[in-house]
Write a protein that binds this ligand. Structure first.
Ligand SMILES: NC(=O)c1ccc[n+]([C@@H]2O[C@H](COP(=O)([O-])OP(=O)(O)OC[C@H]3O[C@@H](n4cnc5c(N)ncnc54)[C@H](OP(=O)(O)O)[C@@H]3O)[C@@H](O)[C@H]2O)c1
Length: 253
């Protein structure tokens, strides 16, 4: 029997999100992307494959935009789909600076994109899945930076740590209520994306480890987002996910 599947992926215009969307398309899954800009090669690939593709332009730092765009997506997919996957992938690293030198508006934006948006989206999709007597699998993309302090990254470390705790708590709640929905986190490791370019371009005063990160690129230590996306998508499509668990790419490759 043909099962209609939808994957909603934030930040699929480039980096890990674009690779994950591409992989979902190759699995024949209808992909819904959400970001400020659209990835035209992904659009073309999806149209050629016939898998189905929709893009929503949305600034995830705006609570109003997040709530209206995702309510419309949820209303649409739960009417039709038998399987719904959400990958909260979009993320930003800035502000890169030591506490005491942080830009207030960049602090707010980072918290909204990295933390508030994934929480609001998870909350909405869990609610709509329940109302539709359906289920959803949500993967929140986190970072090793959520588990240890890194000088100059206090906001990024904090938002990723909070994403981990939200995931573990929501996962516990779903398990205790015997829900068939799942919430997990995925830690992708170091990848060769625009985010790493931003990191390498910071100054030593703002980011003490900048040389180490420049060396990661020079020595070829950054993984390709395609490799990581394959592990992520295979994980999300797995029927045997452990609710609330933080999965690490190194354990999956
Ligand atoms: N790269 C690494 O080494 C690394 C390591 C650990 C964890 N991660 C995590 O992996 C995830 C993906 O990172 P990446 O390296 O692929 O990042 P990236 O290449 O910088 O791409 C970031 C994506 O997020 C979207 N985004 C940023 N701000 C947004 C906003 N205000 N509204 C909507 N979308 C927004 C961007 O789309 P638009 O600009 O089109 O809006 C883009 O598609 C992130 O959660 C990151 O924290 C990355």
């Amino acid at each position: 029997m043909y099962i209609l599947k939808y994957a909603i992926i934030t930040g699929a215009s480039r980096g890990l999100g674009a690779s994950a969307a591409q992989k979902m398309v190759s699995e024949g899954i209808h992909v819904i992307t959400v970001s400020r800009s659209e990835n035209n090669s992904l659009k073309q690939a999806a149209e050629q494959s016939g898998a189905g593709y929709t893009h929503h332009s949305c600034d995830l730092s705006s609570e109003d935009q997040v709530l209206s765009v995702f309510a419309a997506i949820a209303d649409d997919v739960f009417k039709k789909a038998e399987a719904v996957y959400v990958i909260n992938n979009a993320g930003i690293i800035e502000p890169i600076d030591v506490a005491g030198e942080l830009d207030a508006s960049l602090v707010q934006k980072n918290i909204q994109v990295n933390l508030t948006a994934p929480i609001l989206i998870s909350n909405l999709f869990l609610q709509k899945a329940k109302e539709a007597d359906s289920k959803v699998v949500i993967a929140n993309v986190t970072s090793g930076a959520g588990e240890r302090p890194i000088q100059g990254w206090s906001i990024y470390c904090s938002t990723k740590a909070a994403v981990n705790m939200f995931t573990m708590t929501a996962g516990l709640e779903l398990k205790n209520s015997e829900s068939s929905s799942k919430v997990i986190a995925f830690s992708p490791g170091l990848m060769d994306t625009d985010m790493q370019m931003t990191i390498r371009s910071s100054s030593e005063e703002s980011f003490a480890d900048v040389d180490t990160f420049r060396n990661y690129k020079e020595s070829g230590s950054l993984r390709s987002p395609d490799t990581v996306a394959e592990a992520l998508v295979n994980l999300v499509l797995d029927n045997d996910l452990e609710n609330g668990r933080i999965y690490k790419v190194n354990d999956l490759l």
